[in-house]
Write a protein that binds this ligand. Structure first.
Ligand code: EPZ
Length: 427
């Protein structure tokens, strides 16, 4: 299959207004969760990205009626779910399909799931998901040969679960399963990301009783049935951060709208520390973040942490930005074991980056980057390489952009609208 690529003429300041779409990492959990209602759910502010369209396909494969043709609004009618076996290739190729385990176990007490593979950023096991489901009373068998997980439960019974480590996916998945368990479940050592809170809010709109999302402990009172509802997904924290960093990286002046500034505090703080001006405001309709950058960034040190720390998903874009800082920056990746695949590509553009133990990066600022043919290895590496292309002198070709299509809605069009010279090329 021929692959598209982006042609970028670098060196142009980004100026103007960018509008943020709905959160990918909330959407990929809320769409599966909707089938717990057994009725009709109307979801708004969903992004038109590959991961959402993959989930549309999967829900139809198990009998749900899905309509995503009117703007950013998706209608899901899960009255007639015909199968609890989600083993198609679409399922295997998209990690977040594992949320169907929690949703199908909750409503039907059974699920066969094609297991997500690891990916370039790490092995990404799901042992904490399995630990939580077993604690609720599910029997889980993993068929290693066919890479399929079989889950069955006579019933699910609420209990206390302490996660061995903070995991966004496990927190959300076990929260789904506990929502319709008998009795109360207390989840401790949970993830507090904005999308965890958004899923909890959606569950409560369907009639669940989920309290404490966003704190270290989530209390869930199980309900025998849920009902359909309407819901609007939060703006995407990582897309917001990507545009903030792109504005600063091109010495730009960009107003970013449809955002939740409190979700961005760690990113705003680091950008201000590097010399950017970051103004939060409310124009009466939308919250916005205004990023202005006049000079070379000052070097900073970044350590990725669970929320509200600096998000691992913005580590890669930040490294591109810091590659022309006036000094040496350090980046420590504590969440994933191999999230530096973009480094070799940045080096081909002239960046001076050294890595130790695949966890510590030292970024020695160079005067400027130069254009090159570069290859995205994952979604956020792709975003980092586009930012590097926007910064570089000359022409950059970013290949493997199907990774970027998974998580950024209309990325090139949004960048063009604020002055970028970026063109999607079809081979
Ligand atoms: C979610 O992945 C996001 N994906 C990731 O975003 C994000 O980087 C990550 O959270 C951290 O914020 C979605 O929400 C769809 P984790 P998830 O479980 O849930 C280990 C993007 O670019 N772990 O919090 O898979 C795991 O290997 C993507 O949008 C276990 O060991 O992340 C990792 O090292 C990339 N056992 C760490 O925990 C488990 O059972 C954090 O993973 C689960 C996770």
């Amino acid at each position: 299959m021929h692959k598209d690529w982006y042609k970028i003429e670098g060196g142009k300041r980004l100026e103007g207004t960018a509008i943020i779409s709905g959160a990918k990492n909330a959407s990929v959990a809320i769409i599966p969760a909707a089938i717990m209602s057994g009725e009709c759910c109307i979801l708004e502010n969903l992004p038109h990205i590959q991961d959402v369209s993959t989930l549309e396909t999967i829900l139809r494969q198990i009998g749900a009626e899905v309509d995503f043709t009117s703007g950013d609004c998706m209608r899901i009618d899960s009255t007639h779910i015909t199968s609890t076996s989600v083993v198609s290739e679409e399922v295997a190729e998209m990690r977040a399909s594992y949320y169907l385990l929690g949703a199908l176990l909750a409503r039907f007490h059974e699920c066969d799931l094609a297991l997500p593979g690891g990916c370039v950023i790490g092995k990404r096991p799901i042992d904490q998901h399995i630990k939580g489901m077993r604690a609720l009373g599910a029997e889980i068998q993993v068929d290693e040969e066919h890479n399929i997980l079989h889950a069955r439960a006579r019933k699910l019974v609420g209990t206390e679960i302490f996660f061995d480590m903070v995991s966004v996916g496990a927190t959300i998945n076990v929260m789904l399963a506990a929502t319709m368990a008998e009795g109360t479940t207390v989840l401790s050592n949970v993830a507090k990301e904005p999308h965890v809170v958004d899923v909890a809010n959606f569950l409560n709109m369907m009639g669940a009783s989920v309290k404490g999302a966003g704190t270290d402990t989530i209390r869930i009172k199980g309900k025998p049935r849920l009902h359909g509802c309407g819901y609007s997904v939060i703006p995407d924290q990582i897309e917001t951060g990507t545009f903030m960093i792109a504005a600063a990286a091109t010495r730009g002046d960009v107003i970013i709208k449809n955002v939740i500034p409190t979700h961005m505090e760690a990113v705003s703080a680091k950008l201000m520390e590097s010399g950017a001006t970051v103004i939060e405001g409310d124009d009466g309709r939308d919250f916005y973040i205004h990023v202005i950058m006049k000079d070379k960034p000052r070097p900073v040190s970044i350590k990725t942490l669970v929320y509200p720390g600096f998000p691992t998903d913005l580590q890669q874009p930040m490294m591109a930005y810091l590659s022309t800082a006036a000094g040496v920056s350090t980046i420590t990746e504590t969440i994933f074991e191999s999230r530096f695949n973009h480094v070799k590509e940045l080096r081909r553009m002239g960046a001076s980056i050294s890595i130790r133990d695949n966890m510590y990066a030292k970024v020695k600022g160079v005067n400027s980057l130069h254009g090159a043919d570069i290859y995205a290895s994952d979604l956020r590496a792709g975003a980092a390489l586009i930012i590097a292309g926007l910064m570089a002198n000359g022409t950059t070709k970013v290949h493997n952009i199907e990774f970027i299509d998974r998580g950024y809605e209309y990325f090139d069009r949004k960048l063009m609208a604020i002055g970028a010279s970026i063109e999607r090329m079809h081979v």
